[in-house]
Design a protein around this ligand. Structure first.
Ligand SMILES: Nc1ncnc2c1ncn2[C@@H]1O[C@H](COP(=O)(O)OP(=O)(O)OP(=O)(O)O)[C@@H](O)[C@H]1O
Ligand SMILES: [Mg+2]
Ligand SMILES: [Zn+2]
Length: 152
């Protein structure tokens, strides 16, 4: 890592989500449920030059690791993302995201008659297909702009 790549001060402990497609950083924050009002300490790089991707986004979250559900949904909008776990200012673990067979939670089904849309909702579950994701309860398929279906 060169100093040029480190555009903000180092974090002591937390997660750096690197190699996000340019323009997707705010959707990544939405997946993590971060809107700034809860005091999370977050740095964002948008459209930073990248050898691998041309332009990339980077999200650095202090004091937080990602759940498997968050990683699963993240993989749908950032398939090349690297997850770097930071401890004592250093990268202690680095892994890529895997495309899962199913994603649970995080996304809502667009069908208002779906059992997962009721007032005490059943957790959503979608099967991951090549061209989209399919609700396992009502078969509704989301083909594009998956990020617009993140629970708010
Ligand atoms: N303590 C830290 N605080 C904030 N960001 C960090 C910290 N340490 C590393 N990073 C960032 O985490 C990412 C991965 O760091 P690393 O040193 O592994 O870079 P790299 O060698 O370019 O990795 P890769 O091969 O995955 O691109 C980079 O975006 C880097 O800026
Ligand atoms: Mg790098
Ligand atoms: Zn449904």
């Amino acid at each position: 890592m060169t100093d040029q790549e480190l555009r903000v001060s180092k974090i002591q402990r937390g997660t750096v989500i690197d190699h996000i497609p340019g323009g997707q950083a705010l959707n990544v924050l939405a997946i993590l449920g971060i809107d700034g009002t809860e005091g999370d300490v977050v740095s964002i790089g948008m459209n930073v030059p990248s050898d691998r991707l041309g332009r990339k986004d980077v999200v650095k979250v202090e004091g937080r690791e990602l759940s498997q559900s968050e990683l699963d949904v993240l993989s749908l909008i950032a398939p090349d993302a690297s997850i770097n776990i930071i401890r004592e200012f250093e990268v202690r673990q680095k892994h890529r995201v895997d495309r899962p067979e199913r994603v649970t939670g995080v996304l809502e089904c667009p069908n208002h008659n779906c059992i997962t849309s009721e007032s005490e909702p059943v957790e959503t579950e979608f099967e991951v297909l090549d061209g989209g994701i399919r609700c396992v309860y009502c078969d509704t398929i989301i083909r594009e702009n998956i990020a617009s279906h993140i629970y708010v």
